[in-house]
Design a protein around this ligand. Sequence first.
Ligand code: ASP
Length: 446
Amino acid sequence: MTTTKKPFGLTARIVIGMVLGILSGLVLQSLMGKSGDFVLNLALFELSLKSFLVDGVFEVGGQIFIASLKMLVVPLVFVSLICGTCSLQDTTKLGRIGGKAVSLYLLTTAIAISIAMFIALVVSPGEGVNMTTSTSFEAKEAPSLAQVFIQMFPTNPFAAFAQGNMLQVIIFALLFGIAIALSGESGNRIAKMFEDLNVVIMRLVTILMNLAPYGVFCLLAKLFATMDFSVFGNIIKYFFVVFFVLILHGTVTYSVLLKALAGLNPLTFLKKMRDAMLFAFSTSSSNATIPVTMETATKKIGANNAISSFTVPLGATINMDGTAIMQGVATVFIAQVFNVDLTVTDFLTVILTATLASVGTAGVPGVGLIMLAMVLDQVGLPVEGIALIIGVDRLLDMTRTAVNVTGDCMVTTIVAKSEGQLDQDIFNNEKAGQKIEEIDFHHLKD
Ligand code: ASP
């Protein structure tokens, strides 16, 4: 067998998978629920569609796809971060890189939520919505800054691996990498082994990315077959305000920052982000998208692994601009619905809590709503207001995750450029990183 060359590129195949998934889901949604109780044959047909396709094939296919992405996250982050740390000539640079990345992550999140609240105040999506709710939603305590710092350090690295606690994995990998770099001959041998491991894991990422079109198809078919569109009615304005600000921030804010701080062409950057955005959109998880984001940052954008292996997983954990946007609009929306006037102090509290709450909260589906509960609690808004927006949150979660991931890569690019670690030839080459679209299995036959 020779190289499997497909007629379409990977991005095109993922988009086809998405579109077919959405269409199949919508067709199934219209087929299911058409029978009255009396039409037995039709009811049986619906039942088999639901149990065989929706809860069977699509559920299994989609969940296996997500699981296989998540499976790679911990080993990939650990191994490539160690390689990155060892390859930095001077490990004291780590502090500077980390400082720049964290400051930019916090800054972009604060900008995102400020824009979101400003636009929400202008548009007033909550006016005229008079919904009452009986569902109660428990707010978790916002973690204190001290707690966030303490919990970054693992008492048991294996527990951190097992629980997928990214901040702890990052800290352990950094320390381990520094120790390797300082260990002379023995360190060199171990570093070589990690470099080889890194090649193998990246290969596995390539293989799994080629399965993405099918995984994405299953995820979206199931989602659209079961989505309740009637909930959109009353809060369509809220939905579109969040959506608009997400697009605005993802295109305009990021472009301005990229141009101003790194002098790079934002259009080239955004084009290169396509695959990562599609993965983020379909999985609703920045964490599960880490393998694709890393691949994009190094192979397509040209950031050195020494930077991206650190800043990408860090961003997936602490940087959630898209989530902050949803929280900003949602806070204003819920305040308007419940006729509460927010003071300037309240707005500042929202910005601070939302920015800090995102630190230490892993990028997984729906986590934004849990963080929103903390934010609402801080400014005394009724947490059960979340019940108003929960129905439309799935689609927004997908979109904001794409923004979150774009933000991670944007900061990675700026930090890499400022450290002289960005390969401009790769950045300017439209085709860079596209070889991952082909898998060559021929040697397995020999
Ligand atoms: N799903 C988002 C992410 O993974 C977090 C959220 O907003 O719920 O980045």
